[in-house]
Design a protein. Structure first.
Length: 111
């Protein structure tokens, strides 16, 4: 069985902040970011980063973590260029990962 690990880039609704993360469950993690919006204890929460712009799938955690570290070291311009390769208009991709967004039953479990 193939494991799934994801490196992802989120933004806030105004698209002024970029956040890079890694997870083994992209849907759950986005919903956690959504639940944490406005909470000053986390970077993503403080800046309302829960809108998905880009994600990559990997079969092992080591490769995904390495890629996350690589992207975190990039400039904003370089991250934007990566996003534009597959998402020219910077559309929010949450609905590609989460069937009904926000998914209320999952929001309650993640809270």
């Amino acid at each position: 069985m193939l494991d799934n690990y994801f490196v992802y880039i989120l933004t806030n609704p105004q698209k002024t902040v970029l956040y890079v993360g890694v997870t083994n469950d992209l849907e759950r993690r986005i919903l956690e970011h959504y639940n944490n919006r406005g909470k000053s204890s986390t970077f993503a929460g403080r800046f309302y980063c829960y809108k998905l712009l880009h994600f990559e799938r990997y079969s092992d955690a080591t490769t995904a973590i390495s890629r996350e570290k690589e992207l975190k070291g990039w400039s904003r311009l370089k991250k934007e260029s990566l996003i534009k390769k597959d998402n020219h208009q910077f559309n929010f991709l949450n609905s590609q990962v989460i069937e009904v967004y926000p998914k209320q039953d999952v929001l309650l479990r993640c809270a």
